[in-house]
Design a protein around this ligand. Sequence first.
Ligand code: PLP
Length: 444
Amino acid sequence: MSSVFHRIPKRHLPVAVKGDGMYIFDRDGKRYIDGYAGGACVSCLGHSQQEVIDAIRHQVGEMAFFHAGMFTSEPLEELASILTTDAPEGLTRVFFTNSGSEAVETAIMMARQYFVEVGDPRRKKVIGRRSSYHGAGLTGLSVGYQVARRTPFEDISPSVFHISPCYEYRGRLEGETPEQYGLRTANELEQAILGLGPESVMAFVAETVTGTTSGATPPVPGYFKRIRDICDKYGVLLILDEVFCGLGRTGTLHACEQDGVAPDFLTFAKGIAAGYQPIGATMVNQKIYDAIVGGSGTFKGGYTYSGHATACAAAVAVQKILRAPGFLDHVKATGNVLAAQLKDRFAQHPHVGDIRGRGMLMTLELVENRETKAPFPAALGLSSKIYQSAQAKGLITHAQSGTVDGHVGDHVVICPPLIAAQENIETITSLLSEAIAIALEDVR
Ligand code: PLP
């Protein structure tokens, strides 16, 4: 019997013993195609990339780790230089963490410290969106809105105000264009700032393309431009969380490039070292860096393993592959194949209400009734049945049920490693189609 405290102890967990490209093998020799990039985009370069393995081996041999508060290291400096060279405008500095949760928490702490340093300490309120995930610590859970996960901790978490997500499938009104819907939804931020008192609001936090809570949900055109304008109007800092959707996943290096905005903070994690080492990062605007360094001189956050040399060495190797000529073109092209295949297979499906996403981050939203968009009753456990039948067929996918902005629904997220070839996409969508059919049969 296992003495590990697994997060979902009732779930059957095969023992993974080997990864190879698009595949994971369990102890019994069963092969699984990875439709979820090693668990939420982690192994975006696939398993067993030789350059990354070599970089880790080399760094461990030279110096695995030393506290980056005492010595900087070559991989740490090189990684920061790579990430800042092609960052969105103004993001000239990067602070390293060990995870996405810490990256978001760091951004929030830096935002607060910035206002303290510039003599505006009244600004302390944070606004997030319903239907988002920003990490599993108290800060991330309170800024995010995964109802089931945050509820037990609400009384001991920082209080955060939430506005509607940009969730076109459920939110756009009849007769409204996507652009009108985007403006209306973004304007909720202005209402919230005015309601809370503009002088007291510190930051707005959003995932550029949401990842887990509502499945992949991209914003409509113009939404984030309006959000950026509102933040600028009221002096509120914009934190975009690209832990899930950043670093190539959507077909561009940063998802926010496609929305034409640059935030004050941009967070990453999964795509930095592609899961070969745990590492996260918070990119920071120069004005925030200047205020902290020119003020008290020290950022008050930070972690023992921030800037871990071996994690940085792995990340340098991954980031070089991501920026190699043609790599992002491959991601874009494969993303188009993925979207086209999902549409071919599911556009007419009586229980697929929405097919959405961006690049190599796509979602199917399952409904009992396409006309009314009514979801299946949660008690049927459709998502978990899809997950299980996919696993039995040798497909790793992420099917989840959850409450999204008041709607209970079942979502399947498809985000294979970025190296996927067209035939891998065909296999993934075909196995998924079989898994969904079995699960639907089971709930009928
Ligand atoms: N932010 C987003 C958008 C995420 O998707 C996640 C994890 O899935 C996190 C933050 C938290 O990252 P981590 O699990 O590395 O702490």
